[in-house]
Design a binder for this molecule. Structure first.
Ligand code: ATP
Length: 203
């Protein structure tokens, strides 16, 4: 398989920030969050299956997923969560692989928030890159960005794999607790490494 990287990190760790910096250097970013969103946008490819499984009340007037309604359902009902994931995950994976096949960058980075939690993604990528920062920094960033109370940020983090498990699974780590400018040398170094790997595995 062609060389590919899975980019992951806890909420607010800086995945999007890091992905943008790799894109500026010529990498192709395949963002599974964006794909999930487009699958459930008005007339998104997952909407017929979602309406068939959960009922028309889960689509809004425009034909998009009623996210608030679905969030409260899956929060209370793990069976419903599993059914939703059974619809979304294969479609996300197929769309991501299609986007990667069409990508023109020097290598592909899949941005996958829950990559460590997903056996499929861990097997699919040749290298795992984790963005890391202390949990207090994650909490402060997400509270500021999303205007959320600390308790809610902590609840989201509790549903994600812990910091140490993510670090243990990673081949490469970007440390993102300082300012944005501290990212540049780390990204330059990894970009050169990934260019070398992608040349070595090119057929
Ligand atoms: P999510 O998991 O919620 O999608 P993420 O991991 O993609 O988040 P970003 O959106 O890149 O994280 O960053 C979270 C917030 O922290 C953003 O508002 C971003 O601008 C800010 N941020 C990221 N890195 C830094 C940094 N090094 N210094 C200051 N602010 C930062």
């Amino acid at each position: 398989p062609p060389f590919s990287i899975g980019l992951t990190g806890g909420i607010g760790s800086g995945k999007s920030t890091v992905a943008d910096l790799f894109a500026a250097r010529g990498a192709s970013i395949v963002d599974t969050d964006l794909i999930a969103h487009s699958l459930t946008a008005p007339h998104g490819a997952a909407m017929p299956a979602i309406v068939a499984a959960f009922g028309p009340a889960f689509a809004d007037a425009a034909g998009a997923l009623d996210r608030a309604r679905m969030r409260s359902l899956v929060f209370a009902d793990t069976g419903a969560k599993a059914r939703l994931e059974a619809i979304l995950h294969p479609r996300i994976r197929d769309a991501a692989l299609a986007a990667a096949a069409a990508a023109t960058g020097s290598y592909v980075i899949y941005a996958v928030p829950l990559l460590i939690e997903s056996g499929t993604w861990r097997e699919r990528v040749t290298r795992i890159l984790a963005v890391d920062c202390p949990e207090e920094v994650q909490i402060a960033r997400v509270m500021a960005r999303n205007n959320l109370p600390e308790s809610q940020v902590k609840a989201i983090m509790a549903a994600q794999v812990g910091r140490q498990a993510r670090l243990d699974a990673a081949d490469d780590v970007i440390e993102n607790s300082a300012g944005i400018e501290a990212l540049t040398p780390q990204i330059d170094r990894l970009h050169n490494l990934y260019l070398a790997f992608s040349k070595r595995t090119a057929t």
